[in-house]
Design a protein around this ligand. Structure first.
Ligand SMILES: [Zn+2]
Length: 473
């Protein structure tokens, strides 16, 4: 038996107005080299200053991942030279990460599982190299100095699927608290994987996998490495610590280099910045801003409203949807009926129209009223869907639509009895079929009754009246 040890290192850009150590704008997609200044370009003699908003967002992220927050910490210099780092060093945190010892609980392959977070530290992003087809490289320094958090987990995951589940959960959290827009395709979230395999007699050396640009790629790269490390063990080897990159085209990881050691970075204290001091009050004020996390919300919704895990999963994933759900339950108490209407009918209309939930022309009060109209038998299910469509299109209240279009359901037996009699008289063949044991005939007769009341007759009432009447002859 072998066991995979998988740890992740995730970089997420923080959604601040300005960069980490200067006043340049932090925005994606600006004309290259327009959001730059002597500080983020690393001109000699310039001095950095810390962006308080970035620290607040990093603390919020730490709290959302159940981390301890360090009240006092330093920034460090990580020295290396890349073309995308004109300063020749990156300001990061090594010795004293801002947040440490947290966890996220995921629904793993064998039930709930805690993935521990070793640390979350703040640092600055580098510039971006754009390689063109003719072989030249153009540098864009707009990204240089953009605030980042790096989240490092313990090697607590054991499959590609678990890593994907963790990333999905993490992404959801960061989005929920509004600290990052976590778009892997735009590079505002990036993920490296550390992988090794424990065998019976030996374990393999850790491989770091880079260049993973989607959650699917993370899962596939891990599955690939599991095979590769398995072969290394089978040959009686341990392999060598290395960095590989994922090639999506061929579906394989490719060797890049044997791994640098920490000494290669010649880490030192960043002497141009003072130590960061956070008061208890500062941290507690941020803690107050922490919203209910999707995972906690899911459990609460199941307990409070008795809805299924499936429904709770969908509802808790988005704040607008969960707010609409809970407000609608204020107007119509049957939560499972609210789920049916909201998750099936409302979402379908919204998706067809390609709009956001926040753009709906009706609110919780109107939706609740519609469900009540159907549940109380004032209109039938089919009419209810028709009314919903009109609400969706022109924002009228359901009561008004029912009144204007005369859609009220007829639930008065004395008003329906004539219809039943007429239908039986005109469809002698179906009546005979029914008596000969063809149960389907009742469906046809029902349909006729509904047609003659233009869909307004109460179908349950029609059904029982027909059965009653057919018993007699
Ligand atoms: Zn700048």
């Amino acid at each position: 038996m072998t066991k995979a040890l998988i740890g992740l290192e995730i970089h997420a850009e923080l959604m601040t107005q300005t960069k980490m150590f200067c006043g340049c704008k932090n925005e994606f997609g600006a004309t290259p080299n327009t959001n730059v200044c002597p500080v983020c370009l690393g001109h000699p003699g310039t001095l950095p200053r810390i962006n308080k908003g970035a620290v607040e967002k990093a603390v919020l992220a730490g709290l959302a991942m159940n981390c301890q927050i360090r009240k006092e910490c330093q920034m460090d210099r990580k020295k290396y030279f890349y073309p995308d780092l004109t300063k020749g060093f990156q300001i990061s945190q090594n010795e004293e990460p801002l947040c440490y010892e947290g966890y996220i609980e995921i629904q793993g392959e064998e039930g709930a599982k805690k993935v521990r977070i070793e640390r979350i530290h703040i640092e600055e992003d580098t510039g971006k190299s754009n390689h063109t087809e003719d072989g030249s490289t153009w540098m864009d320094y707009n990204r240089a100095g953009v605030p980042l958090i790096e989240i490092v987990t313990y090697p607590d995951m054991s499959s590609g699927k678990e890593a994907r589940l963790f990333l999905e959960n993490l992404k959801e959290r960061l989005k929920y608290i509004g600290v990052s827009d976590v778009k892997m395709e735009e590079g505002s979230m990036r993920c490296d994987v550390n992988f090794n395999l424990i065998g019976e007699e030996r374990k393999t050396a850790i491989t770091e996998i880079k260049n993973l640009n989607s959650f699917r790629a993370v899962e596939k790269a891990i599955d690939f490495e599991r095979e590769r490390h398995g072969e290394i063990l089978n040959q009686g080897n341990s392999g060598r610590k290395e960095t590989r990159r994922w090639d999506d085209g061929i579906g394989e990881t490719v060797h890049m280099r044997y791994k640098e050691t920490a000494a290669d970075y010649r880490l030192s204290v960043e002497g141009d910045l003072p130590r960061i001091h956070l008061s208890e009050e500062f941290i507690e004020d941020i803690r107050k801003k922490l919203p209910e996390m999707p995972h906690e919300k899911k459990i609460r919704l199941m307990e409070q409203y008795g809805i299924s895990e499936y429904d709770a999963n969908i509802i808790s994933a988005g704040k607008t949807l969960s707010d609409l759900f809970e407000e609608t339950v204020n107007y119509h108490k049957d939560a499972s009926k609210v789920c049916d209407w909201l998750l099936v009918d409302v979402l379908r209309l919204k998706n067809e129209a390609e709009i956001e939930l926040s753009q709906l022309k009706f609110g919780a009060k109107e939706l609740g009223a519609l469900i009540t109209l159907v549940q109380s038998g004032k209109i039938n299910q089919k009419t209810g869907k028709k009314v919903l469509r009109i609400m969706f299109e022109d924002g009228k209240t359901p009561e008004k639509i029912v009144e204007e279009q005369g859609l009220g359901q007829i639930s008065d037996a004395s008003a329906l009895v004539e219809v039943v009699e007429a239908v039986l008289k005109d469809n002698a063949q179906s009546v005979e079929d029914y008596h000969n044991g063809k149960d389907r005939a009742i469906g046809y007769l029902m349909g006729e009754c509904m047609k003659r009341t233009r869909g307004k007759g109460n179908p349950q009432l029609f059904n029982s009246m027909l059965l009653e009447r057919l018993k007699k002859n």
